[in-house]
Design a protein around this ligand. Structure first.
Ligand SMILES: [Ca+2]
Length: 175
């Protein structure tokens, strides 16, 4: 009986190890993934957190301060097949419209544009808060799950930092 117990415990330990080994984590409702510090100079993403509730909210932490000339781009994939990919981008302390572009994966040219007055974005050079965007699910066609890619780009130096990797989405996040 002792042996059986020990085996069960060992198996549980192996399972936990396998989960921790994944590059990002995702649970129903939220997920996050890290990006290395120092892999880019003028812009440097360190962590992306995705919350999928009545709205999809993405928060991005950076190792360097926000600055003029930086562009923050988000791609949100809403599923395979006909489910579209959405793209929004904005700058710190700038006006932000209500249009979300429907694009090919990692494209920027809109196939069409969805108006989403409830969308909010935050990127302020004068506070220490993460760059974030919040998009009501209804604007995204009420997806069952989403996955996100983020690119921070510095237009002056041309350097860019993607998370989790160049033209790669993070883990799926169910509602
Ligand atoms: Ca980085």
């Amino acid at each position: 009986m002792d042996t059986t117990r020990w085996s069960a415990r060992a198996l549980a330990a192996v399972t936990v190890g396998a989960v921790l080994a994944l590059p990002g984590t995702a649970h129903a409702g939220h997920g996050s993934f890290d990006d290395p510090v120092g892999d880019s100079t003028a812009v440097d993403i360190t962590r992306v957190r995705v919350v999928h509730a009545n709205a999809v909210k993405v928060r991005v932490r950076s190792a360097v301060p926000l600055d003029a000339g930086q562009v923050y781009s988000f791609w949100i994939d809403t599923g395979r097949g006909p489910r579209p990919t959405f793209h929004v981008s904005f700058r710190a302390n700038s006006d932000f419209g209500s249009g979300i572009a429907v694009v090919e994966s990692f494209g920027q040219r809109p196939i069409r544009t969805v108006q989403c007055p409830g969308m909010r974005a935050h990127a302020d050079m004068f506070d220490d808060q993460p760059v974030s965007v919040r998009i009501p699910r209804t604007c995204l066609g009420d997806p069952k799950r989403v996955r996100v890619a983020v690119k921070f780009e510095d237009e002056i130096t041309g350097s860019a930092d993607w998370a989790p990797e160049r033209r790669t989405f993070g883990p799926w996040v169910g509602r």
